[in-house]
Design a protein around this ligand. Structure first.
Ligand code: CP3
Length: 319
């Protein structure tokens, strides 16, 4: 459950007075925050505490993550000169990542640690827009109007993302998830022409690492077959497409992840249980299923609801 930690009082307390990106650069904080949802909820896997913007910060991009807003750039990147300021990522740029993961893997024992990175379109959108965006207009203007600049931007971001994932796996992460959260803003045709070649390259490069690879985006009903074509082992589905329909859109042999609407957790428990049952039933059609929310945990979610949900899914799926 992405960003599960931020609904927890113990997370808020630990983060008091520490900026998001500073927390992401401190091995002690990374390890403690990664463990908090595992301890409280007893989930089957931990997700590494970091952010998709961390590798960009690590290569010197001037950016911040503002509370309640998200990633914000000092200077948007909109031309070739800007794109060329994005240098390659080296493991030495983020020693705190390897250090934190090394410690976590010992603490987690048999419980897997999921590493992650942002997908190239989502990273490009933050860089080109300069912050969160509803319409992604500058990003699309660059993609449509200057395909060569776009290609160079995507190549550089894909290489950075791949290296960020490699560092995590080398340190002990046992699965990786590529979050191209905002690709749902694109038509299938534009996705195929301008994003798929790069995500396919990333998954291809990752296949040598021998860890399960998960791919996720939001609002991807029309794109699920293409996300699957990129080559992941698991496709994450938001709540808009029932899993038994999603099965028909992905490649044979692909597992699914999802897909409870995070807002459901604000409804009475009987509704949550009914929806969880429905997801488990529909997931029987899939070649493997990771129960999860369809997107990140909303900040005001009651931790007691999540606790109950994890327990319920464990009971229902116990063999
Ligand atoms: O549970 C975890 O802590 C997992 C670690 C994690 C974070 N971000 C920590 C975080 C993961 C997997 C992410 C991924 C991420 N970051 C994505 C892809 C997944 C998705 O949700 O679609 C994206 C698009 C981002 C960029 C980003 N960073 C956003 C949109 C926000 C939220 C801004 C807000 O406050 O609403 C962040 C900040 C962020 N990243 C938080 C956490 C725990 C909240 C920071 C806080 O405590 O203020």
């Amino acid at each position: 459950m992405r960003q599960a930690g931020r609904s927890l009082p113990e997370y808020r307390k630990l983060r008091e007075g520490v900026a998001m990106l500073d927390a992401c650069a401190r091995p002690d904080m990374i390890a403690e925050i990664t463990m908090q949802p595992v301890r409280r909820y007893g989930v089957d896997a931990a997700i590494f505490f970091s952010d998709i913007m961390v590798p960009l910060k690590a290569i010197g991009v001037d950016l911040d993550i503002k509370p309640g807003i998200g990633p914000v750039m000092a200077e948007p990147i909109r031309d070739l000169a800007g794109v060329r300021t994005l240098r390659g990522l080296e493991p030495a740029d983020l020693p705190y990542v390897s250090e934190a993961i090394g410690g976590l893997v010992g603490e987690l024992g048999d419980r897997p640690l999921i590493g992650f990175a942002g997908g190239p379109f989502t990273l490009a959108s933050y860089l080109v827009e300069g912050g969160p965006s509803k319409n992604h207009e500058h990003t699309k203007a660059l993609m449509y109007g200057e395909p060569d600049v776009w290609a160079e931007l995507m190549q550089r971001l894909s290489a950075i993302t791949l290296e960020f994932l490699r560092v995590q796996v080398a340190a002990g992460a046992s699965a990786v998830q590529l979050f191209d959260s905002w690709v749902g803003a694109l038509s299938a045709e534009d996705y195929r022409a301008s994003v798929l070649p790069y995500t396919s390259w990333i998954f291809d490069q990752l296949s040598g690492l021998d860890v399960p690879r998960i791919h996720f985006g939001v609002g991807t009903g029309e794109l699920l077959s293409l996300l699957s074509e990129a080559g992941p082992d698991v496709v994450g589905v938001d709540w808009r497409v029932p899993l038994d329909k999603a099965v028909q859109r992905v490649q044979p042999g692909t597992a699914l992840q999802g897909n409870l609407d995070p807002a459901t957790l604000f409804a009475p428990w009987s509704v949550v249980a009914e929806r969880a049952d429905d997801i488990l039933k529909r997931a029987e059609a899939a070649e493997g299923h990771v129960f999860n929310l369809g997107h990140g945990v909303l900040p005001n979610t009651d931790p007691a609801m999540l606790e109950r949900l994890v327990e319920y899914v464990h009971e229902k799926t116990a063999r």
